[in-house]
Write a protein that binds this ligand. Structure first.
Ligand code: FES
Length: 273
């Protein structure tokens, strides 16, 4: 069992949890993920490692209540424990060698983008963080993102906080103003990552995205997380989750991400009953 040693509500649907998992904390690197199972009858879900503390032996995860398992996970509190917590899985992000990066997070994706910004800063890269949310009430980790970057551009669709518009508006403006990015990281909903990649392709800026695919085993065996990159079949769990965004077949990835949408809704309804 893996004890929960901290819990913080980030907004109405998002929660940060600190879990005691010393072996994972010892090896974890930016970009990797864990797979957890809340209890004996639970499904396995992947969650990106948002942070880790090697000395305390803890791993931080951030999740959004979007389905049955995340709703169940959210009912646990400090002092409770998670049955299975496996990792670190996936490849660590390759972040070395860049001069100036734009790290872009969309909604819940900011929870994954912000540790990437932190890791880039640690390597000496200048970092602009561009964070997009639908509205002010769902903004998360603002202080953390500000601390992890040289400049935070906060965007809301409705203009209720920061600048009104999409992350691509801020990115385009910065590029055209001569920001000089040689690397872009984009993490968030698939349509957002696709829009960022279309833009950076025009300007020839290398762009890394993190795929949050459906996963089951996390070891490359089940095929659940399959995607096409540069015309080749890849598996997000073992070949990623980071990929060159200019090579990803987004149409296929979006279609696959909707495979179980109806069943997921049904399971979430049952959990709510
Ligand atoms: Fe099964 Fe990736 S989760 S192949």
């Amino acid at each position: 069992m893996f004890p929960i040693v901290g819990k913080r509500r980030l907004n109405d649907t998002m929660t940060l949890m600190v879990v005691e998992a010393p072996y994972i904390a010892r090896k974890a690197q930016a970009g990797q993920f864990i797979i957890l199972r809340v209890n004996e009858t639970g499904e396995r879900i992947p969650l990106t490692i948002a942070d880790y503390d090697r000395e305390k032996g803890t791993v931080t995860i951030i999740f959004q209540k979007v389905g049955k398992t995340t709703m169940l996970l959210d009912t646990l509190n400090e002092g409770d424990a998670i049955l299975d917590f496996i990792g670190p899985l996936g490849k660590a992000s390759e972040l070395e060698g860049y001069h100036k990066a734009a790290v872009i997070g969309g909604g819940a994706g900011c929870a994954i983008a912000y540790p990437q910004a932190k890791a880039l800063k640690k390597l000496g890269t200048a970092v602009d963080m561009i964070a997009g949310f639908r509205s002010e009430d769902i903004i998360i980790l603002e202080d953390e993102m500000r601390a992890a970057s040289d400049h935070l551009y906060l965007m809301t669709d409705d203009g209720s906080n920061g600048h009104k518009g999409f992350v691509t508006d801020a990115l385009k403006k910065n590029i055209e103003a001569g920001a000089g990015y040689d690397f872009v990281v984009a993490i968030g909903p698939l349509p957002m990552m696709r829009a960022v990649c279309a833009l950076t392709k025009e300007y020839g800026i290398k762009t890394m995205i993190s795929m949050n695919s459906i996963m089951i085993d996390g070891t490359g065996m089940c095929g659940g997380c399959r995607l096409t990159v540069g015309g080749e079949t890849k598996f997000a769990c073992v070949d990623g989750p980071d990929f060159d965004g200019h090579e990803v077949d987004f149409d296929e990835a979006i279609k696959r991400s909707r495979t179980y949408a109806e069943l997921e809704k049904e399971a979430a309804r049952e959990e709510n009953c």
